[in-house]
Ligand binder design. Structure first.
Ligand SMILES: [Fe+2]
Length: 184
C-alpha cells in the first residue's frame, strides 16, 4: 500500500544501491499498482506545477501536475530520472543534439501505471495530450534544483539552446492553466 513517507524512505535507500535507476523504477512501479491510494495521499492540487516531496543532494522527488493540453519545452536534467504516471497521459518527445541545435529522436507515450527511466543526458519535452490534468511522480538521482552541470532548455520555436529558466518554467504552467480555464 502506497504511503508517501515510506515511498520516500524506499527511494532514499534505493539511490545508494549499485543500480539506483532500476531500484527506483521498481519502487515507483509497485507504488503505481495502487493508484487509488496515491490519489488519496496526493490529491489534485489547486494549480498545475510541481510540488517538492523530497529534496536532497542525491535524490529529488517531485509531484507533477500537467495542465490540460499543456506543452512543455525541451530540456535536460543532467541526472537520471524515473517517471511514473498515476493519472492521465504524458507524451514524451526525445531529442538529440545536432551541431548547434537538436532534432527529434524518439517518443514514448506514458499512461497511468507506466514507468520510464530517463538517462542522465536525455533531452525531452512533454505534452499532456488530454483535456484534464495529468499527474506524475518524477524521481531524480540528484538535487533537481542544483544539478552537477548547468541545465539547458531549448526554445520551442527555434530549438536554440539557452540556460534553464525556472521563472519561464513557472510561467508556462500558469499560462497553460489559464488557457485550460478559459476553455472550460
Ligand atoms: Fe524533464
Amino acid at each position: 500500500m502506497f504511503k508517501l513517507d515510506q515511498f520516500i524512505e524506499d527511494c532514499r535507500a534505493a539511490v545508494i544501491t549499485a543500480e539506483p535507476e532500476q531500484a527506483v523504477r521498481e519502487i515507483v512501479r509497485s507504488a503505481l499498482a495502487d493508484r487509488a491510494r496515491i490519489a488519496a495521499e496526493l490529491p489534485d492540487p489547486p494549480h498545475s506545477g510541481f510540488v517538492v516531496l523530497h529534496r536532497a543532494p542525491e535524490l529529488t522527488i517531485l509531484d507533477f501536475t500537467w495542465a490540460p493540453w499543456m506543452s512543455f519545452k525541451p530540456h535536460n536534467h543532467c541526472m537520471w530520472s524515473v517517471v511514473g504516471i498515476h493519472s492521465g497521459r504524458e507524451d514524451n518527445l526525445f531529442w538529440r543534439r545536432v551541431s548547434q541545435t537538436i532534432e527529434a529522436a524518439g517518443a514514448r507515450s506514458l499512461g497511468a501505471g507506466d514507468v520510464a527511466i530517463l538517462g542522465r543526458d536525455i533531452i525531452h519535452s512533454v505534452v499532456n495530450p488530454i483535456g484534464k490534468l495529468t499527474r506524475a511522480i518524477h524521481v531524480y538521482g540528484g538535487d533537481f534544483f542544483a544539478p552537477p552541470q548547468p541545465r539547458s532548455e531549448w526554445v520551442p520555436e527555434t530549438l536554440v539552446e539557452r540556460p534553464w529558466d525556472m521563472d519561464d518554467t513557472q510561467r508556462l504552467f500558469r499560462e497553460a492553466e489559464a488557457r485550460a480555464r478559459q476553455g472550460d
